[in-house]
Design a protein around this ligand. Sequence first.
Ligand code: SF4
Length: 374
Amino acid sequence: MRISYSAMDSYQSCPLKYKFQEIDRIRTPKSKEAVFGSTIHETMKFIHTPGILSPTLDQAMEHFSNSWNPAVFENPDEERGAFSQGIRIIQQYLQKNRPQDYNIVDLESRFQIEIGAGEETHIVSGIIDRIDKTEDGYEIIDYKTTKKMPSQEKVDNDLQLSVYLKAFLSRYPKEIENLDKIKVSLYYLKHGVKLSSTRTLEQLQKSEQLFLDTIKLIESGKFDPNITPLCDWCGYQNMCPMWKHKFKELRKIDTEEVNQAIMEYIELKSAMSITKDRLGNLQESILQYMDQEGVERVFGETGIIARSLRKTYKYDEEKLREILEPLDKWEDVLKVDGIALKNIFGVLPFEAKKGLEAAKIVDKETKSLVVKKK
Ligand code: SF4
């Protein structure tokens, strides 16, 4: 299989989005965030393109301004806000970084590498924003224009950086001897913060396996939607089963009856939750009163309320086994306990986890409705 790193990233965030994008090849207009990101990336390339003189701040801002596309923004206020944010990013970047201090090896470096072996060999492609030669090694940098910054732990396990490092090593194979001197970094431009890490050989092998596992999932042909905050930026909402109902006016499909049912269901559900809270409070006061008065039943004009004590029991497994095994009945009552399995899942070795995942079968599917009030 041929796959780009960004396509794999799409699959990991939402398999259905991957399908729309890579299999059905449905093109959507670029989002304003993506256009903003590309303009900033172009400006970063301009700032670091080796030349006789490095660009000044004014030249960098002029380059940004010339590449700016106001048409993608919804209104002039939004467009102005984004433009000034871009200018702030460039100013802040050049205050912290003097381009002449860096020894740039490559910018927007395209790669194609093989991962896996034998029949399971795949080609992964991508673009590394920047590779620098440092005093004692190299640094691989990816620029980010997202607002949210990850924890250091996430950077230490970031798959993208591992793939980029693998691509770098396929170009400079001897550098495998100096892995500890090759930094991999994510530069969060909105915050002016660079988060760096390194990789061991073992980590690289693990990330390759993770990549191969994801490719297997893609090849299995399951493309379920995955609702996350990233849906807000997804261009496929109007065809996604999780969202397309939101565009019902455009598709002119609903009857008044369905709209009425949706409204009534949401109202009843919220009335039920208010009732549940109120019942809880009333129960507490009545139980308190019963304790205080030493009574087990209270009498009202419309009925009687009695206190009942419900006991639940569990068995001591060893004792149960001692009794049932000689009777040949132990196997009959032995069941895989899903909760216990979940508790130990985190500490199992990778192979065992894969085995358990493969052993999972759907027992029962229950459909219910979950209400999220606007
Ligand atoms: S809207 Fe969300 S769930 Fe639907 S395809 Fe896009 S990312 Fe996936």
